[in-house]
Design a protein around this ligand. Structure first.
Ligand code: CMP
Length: 143
């Protein structure tokens, strides 16, 4: 079963959007297999966002993502990586369609509520940064 890493960013946590966001993915039919509320250490944030290291906004990005608690999640389901990205909407909330998470709740590209892995490789890498294998749950096949 495909797995992905999703994270409610500090703005989404402070705006009390954890429940709303979890609910959208649950109602869609995906399974939450791991979750933790945490403040990300700077070195972990730098590792997570390593592909953006040369971007002018890298410092701002790391400062923001470490500025308060995030809600890190592991989800599983068929095509969950691409479908979760569709449900999140475009990176810049001004381009995100209504009905998507960023379209409904975001305003600026920096504070865009949620992060989601963009490929199977990123999902594996990012899940490995935030979760140990034993922290991810198996669901009963009977449910
Ligand atoms: P995310 O999906 O977490 O991946 C990288 C993040 O960089 C992205 O969401 C945006 O929040 C952020 N980002 C992209 N462009 C900019 C920008 N111009 N200024 C600040 N942050 C940005």
């Amino acid at each position: 079963m495909e797995k992905t890493f999703l994270m409610v960013k500090p703005d989404g946590v402070q705006r009390n959007l954890i429940g709303e966001i979890v609910s959208r993915f649950e109602k869609k039919g995906f399974q939450l297999i791991g979750a933790k509320l945490m403040i990300i250490p700077a070195e972990v944030a730098e590792k997570h966002y390593a592909e953006h290291k040369e971007r002018p906004f890298f410092g701002e990005l790391v400062d923001f993502i470490t500025s308060g608690p995030v809600f890190a999640m592991a989800w599983q389901g068929e095509s969950v990586i691409a479908t979760a990205r569709q449900m999140m909407g475009s990176t810049n909330p001004k381009d995100a369609a209504p009905g998507t998470i960023r379209g409904d709740f975001g305003v600026t590209v920096g504070k865009n509520i949620i992060h989601g892995s963009d490929s199977p490789e990123s999902a594996e890498r990012e899940l490995g940064i935030f979760f140990k294998e034993e922290e991810l749950s198996e669901y009963s096949k009977l449910v």
